[in-house]
Design a protein around this ligand. Sequence first.
Ligand code: UD1
Length: 452
Amino acid sequence: MSIALVILAAGKGTRMNSDLPKVLHPIAQAPMLAHALASGATLAPEHVVVVAGHGADAVTTAMAQIDDSARIVLQTEQLGTAHAVAQARDALKGFDGDVLVLYGDTPFISADTLERMVEARKTHDLVVLGFDIAELQPRYGRLVMEGERLTRIVEYKDATEEERQIRFTNSGLVACDAAQLFDLIDAVSPSPSSGEYYLTEIVAIANARGLSCTAIKCDEAETLGVDSRRNLADADALFQARARAALLDDGVTLMAPDTVYLSLDTVIGRDAVIEPNVVFGPGVTVESGATIRAFSHLEGCHVSRGAVVGPYARLRPGAELAENVRIGNFVEIKNAELDEGAKVNHLSYIGDASVGAAANIGAGTITCNYDGVFKHRTEIGARSFIGSNTMLVAPVRVGAEAMTASGSVITSDVEDGALAMARAKQDTKPGRARRLMDMLRARKAKTTKDKT
Ligand code: UD1
């Protein structure tokens, strides 16, 4: 069965108190919208349509990063959930399959739940996702069931006292054949109380047409919607707790799990060790058996098997560490490949560079990669030895098995096996230090005596 995802993301999110559209607020460093999409992606959808409204330009820009094949359609006026879904009609013209309606602000729907909705569609025309609410609250529509049959959905404000006691409530997610869905939406009339077109109305309409409707159940935690900064922080905390637990189950050691911050796309291999207080920004892969030591910050990088990073290291986008590389304290790596066994152990910046296998980069080495306008590359050869406090002024190449003397400012290429010394020659004056100190002390003694 072909699937199209329609993701509702036009709402303003007033309570977020923000210029950023609600669905772009991040959970685990990824826009909220990306979470629902990640679950939906497991169904291998043929189409993804995002219904944008408030902040549509920003949503369009963000979607280009998340899934550039997705179509963005505009709902210029927010006239209700049915009206929002209707905006996807043109984008899905000619599509013969099921539409799954998701909400951009409901990030925790699991792939498993979505699969169960698709499964239930094999026996029913319309499938709604519901959940049993722990505490009765006005926010959600009530699912009115007769056995397995969903007869209608009633919004709290329109419900009778008896219906308000129903615990089985509407998540908002719907699965239906595309043509059927748009046909049902055409029959929705505006709510007499709000004037909005409610998607929930299609259930009663489908029943009246003799179609079969049902509701399946998921955990309340999956339907957690975000509509305030407090919710957002809670949602992030919930994501972190689940993601840490999943890593522990997968055989990753987290020495102090509560202090490790993960992103939606963090990948960490079995038997990797993560020490306390490590932040994983977007796009990080850590292979099996690597160690990330305390207080390190990683984003957009790849750490291979057996590598050790930190404590207090920063890996920025494009840092590519081969097996058994060592990155030590107060070292920053950006857009640089380090070959097997290379070491940068202390207080260095390596950016826009390649470092050959088993090269040793001394403390305080800096690749001077930026001239104020352009970035330039530095190449450091295999088994080379870069002396402490070397400035490598890019573009520059240090050959294999070459050395630079400590404190050198290297401005031209160093051939393989050569030693480059680029610093002022040392001039040592025997006894001069002692004489200088004696003179200064005598001067101080005289000044003190003159004052008394
Ligand atoms: C909706 C359901 C309710 C369900 C609840 C679950 C209806 C009428 N009610 O209510 O039964 O329990 O969700 O959270 O459907 N949106 C648009 N365009 C619009 C209106 C909404 O894109 O014109 C989007 C919003 O951005 C949001 C989602 O649809 O992501 C839900 O809209 P919202 O207004 O929050 O619906 P609820 O009133 O919560």
